[in-house]
Design a protein around this ligand. Sequence first.
Ligand code: UDP
Length: 342
Amino acid sequence: MKKTVLVSGGAGFIGSHVTVELLEAGYEVVVADNMSNCDMTCFEGVKKITGRADLPFEKVDFCDAVATEALFDKYKIDAVIHFAAFKAVGESVDKPVMYYKNNLGSFLNVLEAAQTHGGCNVLFSSSATVYGQPEKLPVTEESPRQPATSPYGATKQMCEDILQDTVKASGGAIKGILLRYFNPIGAHPSALIGELPRGVPNNLVPFITQTAIGKRECLSIFGDDYPTPDGTCLRDYIDIVDLAKAHVFAVTRMIEGKMKKDCEVFNVGTGRPVSVMELVTAFEKVNGLKLNYKIAPRRPGDVTAVWADPTLANKELGWKATRSVEETLKAAWAWEKHLAGK
Ligand code: UDP
């Protein structure tokens, strides 16, 4: 019998890539999404890539406790991967209540449904944002979490704590893994799924590809006076397919009972710091084009540098990021061109 994984927020950027990898690894997947921040483009892409025209899709808002319970009634769920959340840092500062209500409420409903159904394996999509500006680089899972600088960041920390507490109280019925993502970028090599930002992108790579295609006039590089080799910020950019594969390893570890603790934490990154300027230059080189960019003031709230020590995930999950920045930026550009019908 195939094991079934519920992917909440499964029609979005990360969720759709994870769905592809789960299906290719032999899992059955139930994709659930309230479609508040995406359309069916990626879900349709997933069906095409995997040849699964019958892939189950449930339009569910996980803030609706009754609907969440009903989903757990309808399917026998062996693991849930929880992505369904708002993710814009700036917007969270303007609308904290909306962020807390949605990001905490949806996760609490998932955990409650897991409890009422006799337990479950729960994977929560967390973020390197919990480390803030680390004192020591690269960051390990033992690096201290810093106080959150936005309601968005606070919801990631709170959901981590909620899962830890829930696992502890469950007597082994609920197991948890927290994956802390660094900067996921790129798109599936098929160019059938990728990032679909609504309005002006906040993140660097969609802004780069939209500038290259002519949707945006000019990329602003936020600050070139940071204490880094070229003055621009350093991040750990991880290919979206590599990141998606980490989920398959984590789910398998839970389902096969290979966990060393009932709630585990893993960094999902490459261990490779790349500056904004290096990324822009690599994008131009690998895709043979010139990007219109300018140096702009620093963006409030940005940390100077953060990258992962992925040793624990490499060792325990048996997973490793394999794609080069160049391959990833090629895929991101192919996806942008696909969207433009080119
Ligand atoms: N960045 C930039 N211009 C943009 C968007 C982002 O220079 O239009 C920089 C940003 O200052 C940071 C890096 O790119 O140093 C990554 O930003 P992103 O928002 O993609 O991810 P974050 O690390 O903030 O989560």
